[in-house]
Design a protein around this ligand. Structure first.
Ligand code: SF4
Length: 370
């Protein structure tokens, strides 16, 4: 497994009503300060990365494509100058459909980006309004067309289900409209109501009825059925890919591999240690508020289990024993027996994986291992 580089671009033109990500309103000034700070952070890390070569680069957010095209291209090129990025590395940029046109996308492709991840969320206009999303279905379609015309052959689309007022039928229509656009990869997440967001407040105050658990489960099952029937491989709890188009960057997370993260709120996992940058832009710009933890075998074991179980193929038990010098059975025997007894997970070949019953109850399984 190769290592990855993540760059968090924490700006959005407006805040979605469900958003719990670290993102700030875009203005003209802060992106310049951000650019200098992120460059300093990358230069510092490059000196310490010990000649490791990276197999993926991921610009996420926020909305990376809020940045002026020249600024984003500048940062992409600096990653390539500062680090050893392997030939053929996967380089992803997240984009909101309304922020990109043909010229912008063409510049990204020229700068080595070979995977674009578009946030569509739903194709239902009233639900898009409810979420406070800026791009309607027509804008999403236009962005996909522009990406194809620019030459992108690896396109991912984000969807959300379990929205207030959404029915399985409405979600199914979204899935069908997403499939019409033939993305190579689809991420479909159940809505999480995050405390402090306008959507969570509206639900807490009773002015908005949340989606029921059963309906959300029906939408999840529908997602799996529709996408697998259409030829996508369900390879992670919330992720589906055409064969060969699994997200290599996220696979590094799910295999608890090594990555360096830059920008506010970005996390790194390097040489067994973890580092988390401050969420606050001001603290980040001052180089303050960094939380660091040294290598910790027990945390690494738990993280490896929790992340590995997210993959449909499951946790590689032989690799686990190799990595930690003990078998999962000997260190988590009781928990293992419990999740198997409950029918939530099963051992198939050399892997421990969630069962069909365990998939929607993954959090329960994770809690058992912590
Ligand atoms: S585009 Fe993404 S990061 Fe930005 S506000 Fe919306 S959900 Fe949050």
């Amino acid at each position: 497994m190769t290592a990855g580089i993540y760059v968090h671009v924490p700006f959005c033109f407006s805040k979605c009503r469900y958003c719990g990500f670290v993102s700030f309103p875009y203005d003209k000034e802060r992106p310049l300060l951000y650019r200098e700070a992120v460059l300093r952070e990358m230069t510092d890390a490059a000196g310490k990365s010990g000649g490791v070569c990276f197999g993926s680069v991921y610009f996420g957010g926020g909305t990376p494509t809020c940045l002026d095209r020249e600024d984003l291209v500048f940062l992409l090129r600096r990653v390539g100058d500062l680090f050893c990025v392997l030939p053929g590395a996967e380089t992803t940029v997240e984009a909101n459909p309304e922020t990109v046109d043909g010229a912008y996308l063409h510049s990204l492709l020229q700068a080595g980006v070979n995977r674009i991840s578009l946030g569509a969320q739903t194709f239902d206009p009233s639900l898009l309004d409810l979420l406070g999303r800026q791009a309607g279905p027509a804008v999403v379609r236009r962005a996909v067309r522009a990406a194809r015309q620019a030459g992108f052959t690896n396109l991912s689309m984000d969807l959300i289900f379990g929205l207030p007022g959404q029915t399985p039928f409405v979600h199914r229509q979204t899935l069908e409209q997403a499939l019409d656009l033939e993305p190579e990869h689809i991420s479909a997440y159940g809505l999480e109501l995050i405390a402090g967001t306008p959507l969570a407040r509206a639900v807490a105050e009773g002015s908005l009825a949340p989606c029921g658990e059963e309906e959300a489960l029906a939408m999840y099952e529908e997602t799996i059925a529709v996408l697998t029937r259409a030829g996508y491989r369900h390879y992670e709890i919330s992720n589906f890919a055409r064969p060969g188009y699994e997200c290599r960057h996220n696979l590094i997370y799910w295999e608890n591999g090594e990555y360096l993260g830059f920008g506010p709120a970005a996390a790194s996992h390097w040489r067994g240690g973890r580092r988390q940058n401050a969420d606050s832009m001001e603290a980040y710009l001052r180089g303050e508020g960094i939380a660091e933890e040294g290598a910790d075998r027990s945390r690494e074991m738990t993280d490896t289990i929790l992340m590995g179980l997210r993959l449909l193929e499951g946790l590689d038990l032989a690799a686990f024993a190799d990595r930690f010098g003990v078998s999962l059975e000997s260190s988590y025997g009781q928990t293992l027996a419990w999740v198997r007894r409950q029918g939530l997970a099963e051992v198939k070949g050399e892997r421990l994986r969630l069962t069909a019953r365990g998939l929607p109850l993954a959090n329960e399984v994770f809690r058992a291992f912590v």
